[in-house]
Design a protein around this ligand. Structure first.
Ligand code: DC
Length: 227
């Protein structure tokens, strides 16, 4: 594909953004970036360095110096259920960034404007280098890539999302639902880049759609652009 095509996929937690992003990346043979993994990576470094949440300059430094790489998982790596492999300073942290300790602080870390500015800059640089890219997150269409050719907002009811998340984690549906509700609340209420449907975004309610059907909807939107 010669023409630049930036695709922003935003949405609530556990809605299946990564699954759709990965499927679409295969179809378009282009890279995808799950920006949530970057906020998780900074959170992991915050825990490992014992940085206090009140130490904003240090948080900002960790985000600015984040040496982050994401790539497809090898078949051996995928055996642990990961969707892709994340490296920080060359270390495989794919499991560590999903730990409950990270889960507990990531919304708090993502709410710090200085952290967001640093990561958004990295995300834009990655998009610039890639040309065509699928970027997944909460603020991609509203902040990171406001000129993206296609903006998709995926949504689903809390019940359906808890069911999907529980299939990934196996920690129980009730637990999954409580975690997702808490995360949605924090993501939507934060002052810096709250989760919003950006102007021009196409909202897809995925409650009654399987991933293949969501993919078809997105592909139909791409076809309209390329027409
Ligand atoms: O998508 P996820 O569960 O891996 O996201 C982890 C956290 O990072 C979640 O609290 C939302 C936040 N996040 C964000 O604020 N902005 C993004 N672009 C992506 C994720």
């Amino acid at each position: 594909m010669t023409r630049r095509l930036q695709i922003a996929i935003d949405g609530t937690a556990g809605v299946g953004k990564t699954t759709i992003g990965q499927m679409l990346a295969k179809v378009l043979a282009c890279p995808y970036l799950d920006t949530g993994a970057m906020y998780r990576a900074v959170s992991l470094l915050v825990l490992r360095t014992g940085t206090l949440p009140s130490n904003v300059p240090e948080m900002e430094r960790l985000a600015q110096n984040l040496n982050f790489e994401a790539r497809d998982a090898t078949s051996q790596e995928a055996a642990d259920g990961r969707q892709y492999t994340v490296l920080v300073d060359g270390e495989d942290v794919s499991q560590a960034i999903r730990d409950p300790q990270v889960e507990n602080i990531v919304s708090q870390v993502a709410a710090i404007p200085e952290v967001r500015v640093a990561l958004v800059q990295k995300q834009r640089e990655m998009a610039e280098r890639a040309g065509t890219i699928i970027m997944i997150g909460r603020d991609i269409a509203s902040v990171v890539l406001p000129d993206a050719e296609l903006k998709i907002f995926l949504d689903a009811s809390p019940e359906v999302r808890a069911l999907r998340r529980n299939r990934q984690t196996g920690n129980g549906e009730e637990q999954a639902r409580r975690n997702l509700e808490q995360r949605d609340k924090l993501d939507s209420q934060r002052v810096a880049s709250p989760l919003v449907v950006a102007p021009g975004a196409i909202v897809i309610d995925t409650d009654n759609l399987n991933p293949e059907q969501v993919l078809e909807r997105v592909k139909a939107e791409i076809a309209k652009i390329l027409d």
